[in-house]
Write a protein that binds this ligand. Structure first.
Ligand code: ADP
Ligand code: MG
Length: 319
């Protein structure tokens, strides 16, 4: 099967490749065409995933398709953007029809949940890797930036942290997936759910936001730096799932939540008066600390004493 047949058979034919919404023209021409409504801005982000670095090789192609699109789309959630579509630049070692069918089925499943459309891409031969570029839209001036946190704001996250990091030893084959808990953690690793609705609900409310990909401490540090403030995290308030605590133990669970990464949940700063409405509307808002004058991130225990920060989060060039 040649390049063009492959594109036609697997990508152009995928359910997620149908034009619609803000996609005027999808796969098949030199460019896709998007219609951004007047008064809105285009939000764009790119993520590359390389076999052996971002996912184990081999791995289940359905899960990989889901995860690749989820981690990319999560950046749109972090900006409060509404998804439009994505491109897929895929490098494959060979044409394996079962792999391609399962991979696109995984993409389709995640695309349906995120209201995303495949609008184009590129297909080349080489060691397995992929680059996804996501496009979204946001009312002009309302995108959630990292730079607006104010002293006095609450620091919040969108859910229990550390599950995906807890699953990593199973993903890497270092530990058996023997328990029910392991299944729950693996789902959080392979199929994270970008918090798109929460991000959109936070527009005009949160003063700063991002999606947690490198670990809570590292990502909070990005907000602290961009906003020129200090973020104080109450260690005891960091939400942990029962599955993670049972699987990894309390101490290790906390380390996964603080430094693990791969959560793809939102972290944001919120003026205190915005909290009651968000909570009464049922949004998953967990207060874990506050914003102060100063710089950097400080982790404190129940008595307000600073706790040493061990693992600073993932960095491709220093780890
Ligand atoms: P060009 O040579 O003009 O760059 P290509 O031959 O690479 O175009 O691609 C033909 C069409 O197929 C384009 O619309 C491109 O966006 C799309 N395409 C190529 N690879 C993929 C892919 N992996 N997923 C989705 N669309 C793809
Ligand atoms: Mg091309």
């Amino acid at each position: 099967m040649g390049e063009f047949e492959l594109i036609r058979h697997y990508f152009a034919a995928a359910a997620c490749a149908r034009a619609g919404g803000d996609v005027v023209l999808g796969i098949g021409d030199d460019c896709a065409l998007l219609a951004v409504p007047p008064g809105e801005q285009l939000a764009i982000s790119t993520d590359s995933l390389t076999a052996g670095v971002h996912f184990p090789d081999p791995c289940d192609p359905y899960s990989l398709g889901q995860r690749a699109l989820a981690v990319s789309t999560s950046d749109l959630a972090g900006m409060g953007a509404t998804p439009i579509g994505f491109t897929l630049a895929l490098t494959l070692p060979s044409v394996d029809s079962n792999w391609l069918a399962e991979f696109t089925r995984g993409l389709d499943a995640m695309a349906a949940g995120c209201d995303m459309r495949l609008i184009g891409g590129d297909t080349t031969r080489g060691p397995l890797s992929m680059t996804l570029t996501v496009f979204g839209r946001v009312p002009a001036g309302e995108a959630l930036l990292r730079s607006g946190a104010q002293p006095g704001d609450l620091l919040c996250v969108g859910g229990a942290l550390g599950d995906a990091a807890g699953a990593l030893p199973i993903v890497l084959g270092e530990r058996e997936a023997e328990t029910v808990e392991a299944g729950a953690l693996l789902r959080r690793y392979w199929s994270p759910q970008p918090q798109l609705a929460l991000g959109q609900a936070l527009r005009g409310k949160a003063t700063a936001a991002l999606d947690i990909s490198d670990g809570l401490l590292a990502d909070c540090n990005h907000i602290a730096t961009a906003s020129s403030v200090s973020l104080v995290i109450e260690q005891a308030w960091v939400p942990l799932s029962d599955s993670l605590v049972r699987f990894a133990g309390t101490e290790q669970a906390l380390q996964c939540a603080l430094g693990g990464g791969d959560d793809y949940l939102l972290a944001f700063t919120l003026p205190a008066d915005a909290l009651p409405t968000m909570q009464s509307e049922g949004w998953p808002v967990h207060v874990i600390g506050h914003v102060e004058v100063g710089e950097g991130v400080r982790l404190v225990d129940a008595d307000g004493r600073s706790v040493g920060i061990g693992h600073p989060g993932y960095n491709h060039f220093t780890n």
